[in-house]
Design a protein around this ligand. Structure first.
Ligand SMILES: *[C@@H]1O[C@H](CO)[C@@H](O)[C@H](O)[C@H]1NC(C)=O
Ligand SMILES: *[C@@H]1O[C@H](CO)[C@@H](O)[C@H](O)[C@H]1NC(C)=O
Ligand SMILES: *[C@@H]1O[C@H](CO)[C@@H](O)[C@H](O)[C@H]1NC(C)=O
Ligand SMILES: *[C@@H]1O[C@H](CO)[C@@H](O)[C@H](O)[C@H]1NC(C)=O
Ligand SMILES: *[C@@H]1O[C@H](CO)[C@@H](O)[C@H](O)[C@H]1NC(C)=O
Length: 436
């Protein structure tokens, strides 16, 4: 992006070159942020309201912030949303509910299908859970719509982190602050500079609860996974009362051609061979975790890109004790097909979030967000430290080799000072053993 801007440096004022930059940027992002197939019941299970005492003062209810529509993959939109919330918090303003994009387009802006926040996530619940920390408002809350202060985010090389920060500080003071509404113009919040620690993002994500309709759909998929597990279990189940649903593993398997092209380039650039795992390597590493945990038979749910759904080879070679399923074999395609991209992705995200074991790729934003939420939940609910041997909701990265040739244990380092590693991936994951 910066290089591109340099390339066009100086001529940026012409509309054509702006469009070019936009187009090329979008193309890069298309590859970079390819539809990561992206799921939480445990939110209710272990519901901790953030203690209000930790954010003593709260956010003003009659000062608002408006941000551009959120675009691209579910994960990019979630990050953009959290960044918009944290920006609003910095300005001590209520964020007017932004629009997500229901479909996945990078160029055809008219096909993005804006979908309001409250058609995807619970509005009241968000404000209840995030009370005192960040706040969402409705457009009908605005009293005077004629006085809107526009704030244009700068871009390019010269628009540094520091300049961005001082702009935010400036707009939170004096005459700027008198405006009831500030509208930020420019690029999608995913691309804004990041000024916040990872913990703040985790707090915002924790307040996002899908609306009941979608939560129920995710529940249906999860029950279906547990059902096939029980059915195929070798153990005779004489005593129905002691009947325990079998655990399941969710694997966010990225082997489709677009991803391979992208990750091969990334491997070259970063001079590593730990990004692109072949199907064989993924199967092997997941198998070795499962064998290590002595939990067979076990159902492995493969969260794969749509285009792999007709590729039956992903179900082969898992061998005894492991029962691989994807949407089609589970018979849940119908649940997904009713919905646009964003919702399909959100349902899959829930299914991965609730899995007893999650295995993903540490260079995928989708996987990284799931591991962040699982780690956050683990830390909040576990009596043991997150590095204990018997924690709930462990996660692994199949692109990095861990113990006994299995995938590497993967925990989000909650002390990170930005969202950098989540947004752009890393092979320096934290595995509790002191290595990264
Ligand atoms: C927002 O403004 C209110 C009222 O001025 C103040 O009490 C509160 O501390 C501010 N909140 C933040 C997060 O700065
Ligand atoms: C809204 O603000 C404008 C400009 O300051 C002012 O002229 C107008 O009277 C205001 N309207 C209301 C309903 O307060
Ligand atoms: C369980 O197994 C039986 C016999 O193999 C099969 O007919 C039935 O459809 C299975 N049910 C589920 C939920 O997979
Ligand atoms: C898979 O194959 C079926 C039948 O050939 C077809 O209807 C469906 O669209 C295909 N799905 C994908 C995602 O390609
Ligand atoms: C976690 O992140 C913090 C801040 O970046 C860093 O100082 C620390 O070394 C990291 N810990 C591990 C185990 O990576």
């Amino acid at each position: 992006m910066e290089a591109l801007l340099k390339l066009f440096g100086g001529t940026l004022n012409s509309i054509t070159s702006k469009c070019m930059v936009l187009l090329v940027t979008l193309l890069i992002f298309r590859v970079f942020l390819f539809p990561d197939f992206d799921g939480i019941e445990w939110r209710n299970l272990v519901y901790h309201s953030p203690s209000t005492s930790s954010f003593e003062f709260g956010i003003r209810e009659f000062r608002f912030l408006v941000v551009p529509q959120l675009v691209w993959g579910l994960n990019n939109q979630k990050i953009a949303f959290a960044r918009a919330c944290l920006t609003a918090r910095m300005l001590n303003r209520t964020l007017l509910m932004p629009s997500f994009s229901a479909s996945l387009f990078y160029k055809e802006v008219d096909l993005l299908q804006p979908i309001s926040f409250d058609k995807v996530f619970q509005f009241e619940k968000f404000n209840a859970l995030c009370s005192g920390f960040v706040r969402l408002g409705r457009y009908s809350d605005v009293l005077n719509r004629t006085r809107v202060l526009e704030m244009t985010k700068g871009s390019g090389r010269k628009w540094t982190l520091e300049r961005d920060l001082s702009q935010l500080k400036e707009y939170s003071k004096g005459s700027y602050d008198d405006y009831e509404v500030i509208e930020i113009l420019g690029k999608n919040p995913f691309l804004w500079h990041d000024h916040w620690p990872l913990k703040d993002y985790a707090k915002v994500f924790e307040c996002l609860v899908l609306i009941d309709e979608f939560r129920n759909e995710a529940e249906r998929v999860v029950s279906r996974i547990r059902e096939v597990g029980n059915n195929e279990s070798m153990e005779p189940q004489q005593d129905r009362s002691s009947f325990q649903p079998l655990p399941y593993v969710a694997v966010h398997m990225r082997i489709e051609i677009d991803w391979i092209i992208h990750c091969k380039k990334l491997e070259q650039r970063l001079n590593t061979n730990q990004i692109c795992s072949s199907k064989k390597e993924i199967v092997e590493r997941v198998r070795n975790i499962v064998i290590g945990l002595k939990k067979t038979p076990i159902v492995v749910y493969l969260a794969v890109a749509d285009k792999l759904l007709n590729d039956s080879s992903i179900l082969e070679d898992w061998r005894e004790g492991i029962l691989p399923y994807e949407k089609k074999k589970l018979g849940v395609e119908g649940i997904y097909n009713k919905y646009p991209y964003l919702i399909q992705s959100a349902i899959d995200y829930e299914v991965c979030l609730q899995a007893d074991i999650f295995v993903g790729n540490s260079f995928s934003t989708f996987s990284s967000l799931i591991v962040l939420e699982r780690t956050h939940k683990m830390i909040k609910t576990s009596v043991e430290s997150e590095c204990g041997t018997d924690v709930r909701w462990p996660s692994y990265a199949y692109n990095i080799q861990g113990e006994s040739n299995g995938a590497m244990r993967w925990i989000t380092n909650m002390s990170e000072s930005s969202l950098q590693t989540i947004s752009y991936g890393t092979d320096r994951i934290y595995d509790c053993k002191g290595h990264i």
